[in-house]
Design a protein around this ligand. Structure first.
Ligand code: ADP
Ligand code: ZN
Length: 307
């Protein structure tokens, strides 16, 4: 069983040994505010989704900082008042089944490694360029957790010491330069003094300006969009180069909303990364789009129980 606990919804799915989904459910978390209430809902969901099948384990992907060894959510981003919640114990006691808890980016990385675009690689770095940046690392076939299972926070690597303030309290984190939010902010800044079709595209879609409109405008040869994308690609590649030098992966899997830019992103990102890595690393890795979409956290969480 895999569970993906998000800020607004909970998804649960029952998998067979081949990783196929047998049954699934989704629920809004809106009116279950306390951790106890959310746990109660998840326990009910598991009973309902399992349809009396024997379940060998429940893998739970949680946002925020997670102590995976003890299965405790130390601080749940997007989950207000989630501090030191012993999910593994509460869920395990209620269900009588083994429960594992991992951070959602690590779950997604594991999902891509076992069932997605990371399959067949031995050393993989997974990066999701979304509202923020998430990451997870698989080395020698194992999910890298580290001493406190906090490994993989590449989004908060400091890339510009005197850069803008990040929610984490530091300045100039990678996600301030290479996330979807950063792409939007850099477009908004340039649009103050330059005409661009980015705003028109957003208005026509009835949406707020976002990275998506920047890439759409780039497809229409808008010069401001080209400038924003080129800056973003440079910073994305800079972080990938740091990861390549640190982990020596054979594959880098790129997910998240921004990766939907596809051919407007990947060739440029590959070229820029090759420019930034040291010579011996050139040609030693591939950069590929993620293979799994919205279910990646669920799939990765469930796959903690068999590979
Ligand atoms: P979340 O952070 O909520 O998980 P996503 O992974 O979907 O959400 O990432 C959202 C980001 O992806 C936004 O910045 C959005 O503008 C961007 N995005 C969505 N679609 C595209 C697209 N086709 N091309 C480029 N960026 C996109
Ligand atoms: Zn930060």
């Amino acid at each position: 069983m895999g569970i993906d606990l998000g800020g607004t919804k909970i998804a649960a799915a029952l998998f067979n040994a081949d990783g196929e989904i047998l049954n699934r459910e989704r629920m809004e978390t809106a009116n279950a505010r306390t951790a106890k209430e959310v746990v109660q809902r998840m326990v009910e969901m598991i009973h309902s989704v399992s349809m009396e099948h024997p379940v060998c384990g429940v893998g739970l992907a949680s946002p925020g900082t997670v102590n995976s060894k003890d299965g405790i959510v130390l601080q749940g981003t997007n989950l207000p008042e989630w501090n030191n919640i012993p999910l593994k114990k509460w869920m395990g006691d209620a269900l009588g089944i083994e429960v594992e808890v991992v951070n959602d980016a690590n779950a997604a990385a594991w999902g891509e490694y076992v069932r997605g675009a990371g399959k067949g690689s031995g050393n993989m770095v997974y990066i999701t360029f979304s509202t923020g940046i998430g990451a997870g690392i698989v080395l020698d076939g194992k999910l890298l957790l580290g001493a406190n299972s906090f490994a993989g926070e590449l989004g908060h690597n400091i890339v510009v010491p005197d850069g803008p303030a990040c929610i984490c309290g530091n300045n100039g984190c990678w996600e301030m330069y290479a996330s979807g939010t950063a792409i939007r902010d850099s477009a908004l800044e340039l649009m103050l003094s330059n005409p661009s079709v980015i705003g028109e595209l957003a208005a026509a879609s009835g949406e707020e300006i976002s990275a998506k409109h920047v890439f759409e405008a780039h497809r229409q040869d808008d010069p401001i969009a080209a400038q924003v994308v080129s800056r973003a690609v440079h910073y994305m590649a800079l972080g990938l180069a740091n990861a390549i030098h640190t982990f020596n992966p054979d594959r880098i899997v790129i997910g998240g909303g921004v990766s939907k830019a596809g051919d407007l992103l990947f060739p440029a990102l590959k070229a820029e990364t090759e420019k930034l890595v040291m010579k011996p690393y050139r040609g030693t890795y591939e950069i590929v789009p993620a293979g799994l979409r919205d279910d990646v956290g669920l799939i990765g969480a469930a796959a903690l129980f068999h590979t």
